[in-house]
Design a protein around this ligand. Structure first.
Ligand code: 5GP
Length: 164
């Protein structure tokens, strides 16, 4: 469909608090929150405050290489977080959306080779996702406009003062 699900920053703030409340109510107390850059960083930051977890890390995963092009499979970009203290027993993976679910599956598999317990939290999950996240704020099959990526990057407006 060409329908759009639009998330604004205010609603995102509410979503991340509600997601955290769901996780807390479930009794899951992560020792480490692992965000998937870049969209997952917003989610992880909000969850880390709301769950009072100061141990945040991130992984970079490349999947969408352009507007119409994806890689066959997502790949974890260097540096792979081998420096992460994986003696932490409970990990929470945070991302913006599970779409195909391939990105989350990659990171989940990576974590499972290091720690005992891994769960995933996302703002959105689409019905065709091959990964079923433990914590989902909202389900949709529409394309989502996130507040951080809806507008194009800023461009430099000129050499006004700095180059004088
Ligand atoms: P995957 O297909 O591996 O589950 O999704 C990987 C990444 O693609 C997501 O973390 C997100 O950055 C991007 N993506 C997937 N679906 C959407 C969408 O509906 N809207 C936006 N803005 N990004 C998406």
């Amino acid at each position: 469909t060409d329908k759009r699900e639009t998330l604004d920053y205010q609603t995102f703030g509410r979503a991340v608090r509600e997601l955290a409340q769901t996780i807390a109510d479930d009794g899951y107390e992560p020792d480490l929150i692992l965000s998937i850059a870049r969209g997952g960083v917003f989610v992880a930051g909000g969850l880390a405050y709301a769950l009072d977890c100061k141990n945040i890390h991130l992984v970079n995963v490349e999947f969408y290489t352009g507007v119409n092009s994806t890689l066959e499979m997502p790949v974890m970009l260097a540096p792979v977080p081998q420096a992460i203290d994986f003696s932490a027993k409970k990990v929470l993976i945070a991302d913006d959306v599970a779409d195909t679910g391939k990105t989350l599956e990659l990171v989940h598999t990576f974590c499972l080779s290091h720690v005992a317990e891994v769960r995933s939290a996302v703002i959105y999950e689409k019905s065709h996702s091959l990964v079923k996240c433990e914590y989902v704020w909202k389900r949709t099959d529409d394309w989502i406009n996130f507040p951080w990526s809806t507008e194009p990057p800023v461009v430099r407006r000129g050499n006004q003062v700095l180059d004088a």
